[in-house]
Ligand binder design. Sequence first.
Ligand code: UT7
Length: 337
Amino acid sequence: MPVPATGLRDHRGAAHARLLGIGAHRPGRVVPNSEVVAGIDSSDEWIRQRSGIESRRWATPEETVQVMAVSAGRQALERAGLDARQVDCVIVATVSHLLQTPALATAVAHELGTDGAAAYDVSAACAGFCHGIALASDLVRGGSARHVLVVGVERLSEMTDPTDRGTAFIFADGAGAAVVGPADTPGIGPVVWGSDGEQFDLIRSREDWRDVLASDSPRMPHLVMQGSAVFRWASFTMAKVGLQALDRAGLGVEDLDCFVPHQANMRITDAMARSMRLPDTVRIARDIVDQGNTSAASIPLALDRMIAEGDARPGDTALLIAFGAGLAYAAQVVVVP
Ligand code: UT7
């Protein structure tokens, strides 16, 4: 049966969306492997070989998630040549904002000086930034926003147990951001995303707040990870997701300039690149070496470094693949701003 006309109007946005600017905040404290090994009976050599990490960045006491998110967001806006009042929506991807409510994004939008932009957080762990980019692209093309600021920020150092061998050397802190806005040609390819909740327990907070309160010695619910199971899933499944994202964008590996996967582990990055048969000409992000695994912040931080070092140039195509707790993942091809 035909739906009767109501007079309701809907709305279309820009023909296409693209990244307009990238920003980064790398925390002040450089933490070499030698500083984390004591608590976990490990060695600098083991950590380098198994993860590729030589040092990581941890936030100083002053570098809260809000401080880092605002700093990265401000830089992304400057590079996009935009005033904060031109931002209609702020999306913050994070798992380390310690208030259950309100969303960190509202404070970030206010401190940046947006004119009351819509603001909300996304909880998709290490996949959060690519979820945010997918949402931003759809908001711009759907007409709900003209400019969207997407921030990935984490302060995992305070959510990590320094005596847990499986996580203490991996997780780190930082923030990265991107401004998404209208474009005449496609600048953000279709997202390939999904989740596998059957593997919910592979990376998670060790306990919920009720367990914490019931404990005789309450402490922050630290992250725990079944590393090798996540490693296998990421190395094999994510390469297929990357190829799907390329295919949906109408590109092949030979069209790709840059590969910017979540900086989870250098061996996962290498396994994905091998399995996707990326040509040698594709430049690969290796920010993990001195930044560690910063979850939602890792892809924009890695892309920022590639741009700064000339490995990603304006107009280049870059494949982003993010994956982590949930298990959740998202991938898309973007054009480098
Ligand atoms: O960001 C979200 C997504 N996260 C990821 O994608 C992380 C995925 N996982 C990983 O990156 C890796 O699993 C780790 C780097 C965390 C661990 O590397 P692995 O090669 O999977 O190590 P493993 O857990 O299989 O352990 C191998 C060996 C074991 O000894 P045996 O049984 O072979 O004698 C462990 O006891 O290494 C030992 N081991 C360690 N040795 C020194 C485990 N952790 C450590 C450690 N230092 N920290």
